[in-house]
Design a protein around this ligand. Structure first.
Ligand SMILES: CSCCC(=O)C(=O)COP(=O)(O)O
Ligand SMILES: [Zn+2]
Length: 218
């Protein structure tokens, strides 16, 4: 059995339960999404590729090293290197969740050519570290999708490191959200909050008649 993180007596079980909750919220269609936790020995417990994230059990997790190399037999998530990147750039990250929502996917495609999703004026902005008021603006980094994970990770690394205060979430256009936190509960709260904000932003874009007309933050 893998080593355990202090807040997760059984990390696979806790991640599987989170998967069921995310699936119930429509954030894990088909086999979309992947989840991981940093274990006490520094290795990463992550979902295997192709598993349905609403029906996970312990057999659908495996350990990888910090560079994504498999420790256990089998094929880890196709997006393992993005999890490795997050743990590398944020030493406080304890769990990473990746979701696919309709609103986020469509919004990110509507924002063609933009490198961020700016969210402003929402009470829920207070989910982000250091934000204490709705009178704030937080930009989620937004990058184009790619099937080349080393290239995608290399693209994201300097973007994440350049942030004055690290925003624990980013978006891959037409693909999905990555969000993380020091604990699994915190990561789940971040993913829920971001998906809520993305859904609000998409509704506002629709009300205004389309992203191309927007000069204001969404
Ligand atoms: C059918 S979803 C397409 C792949 C994807 O984006 C995803 O999140 C799941 O990939 P994994 O290899 O982690 O199952
Ligand atoms: Zn994905």
């Amino acid at each position: 059995m893998p080593a355990t993180v202090p807040d997760l007596p059984d990390p696979a079980d806790a991640l599987a339960k989170a998967g069921r909750r995310l699936d119930a919220r429509g954030l894990a269609p088909a086999t979309a999404g992947n989840y991981s936790a940093r274990l006490a020995d520094g290795t990463i417990l992550i979902t295997r590729s192709g598993a349905h994230k609403g029906r996970l059990d312990a057999a659908q997790f495996m350990r990888v090293a910090t560079d994504g190399t498999a420790i256990d037999a089998g094929r880890s998530s196709a997006e393992t290197l993005l999890h490795c990147l997050i743990y590398a750039v944020d030493p406080a990250a304890g769990a990473v969740l990746h979701t696919h929502s309709v609103a986020g996917t469509v919004l990110s495609r509507a924002l063609a050519g933009r490198d961020g999703i700016e969210l402003a004026g929402y009470e829920l902005l207070k989910i982000f570290p250091g934000v204490a008021t709705h009178e704030a603006s937080v930009t989620l980094p937004l990058v184009d999708n790619s099937q080349d994970m080393p290239a995608l990770a290399a693209l994201l690394r300097p973007i994440l490191l350049a942030q004055e205060r690290l925003v624990p979430a980013f978006y891959i256009r037409g693909h999905g959200l990555y969000a993380w936190g020091p604990t699994l509960d915190a990561a789940e709260a971040m993913v829920e909050g971001c998906e809520f904000l993305l859904a609000c932003a998409w509704e506002e874009v629709k009300l205004r008649g389309g992203a191309d007309d927007q000069s204001d933050p969404i």
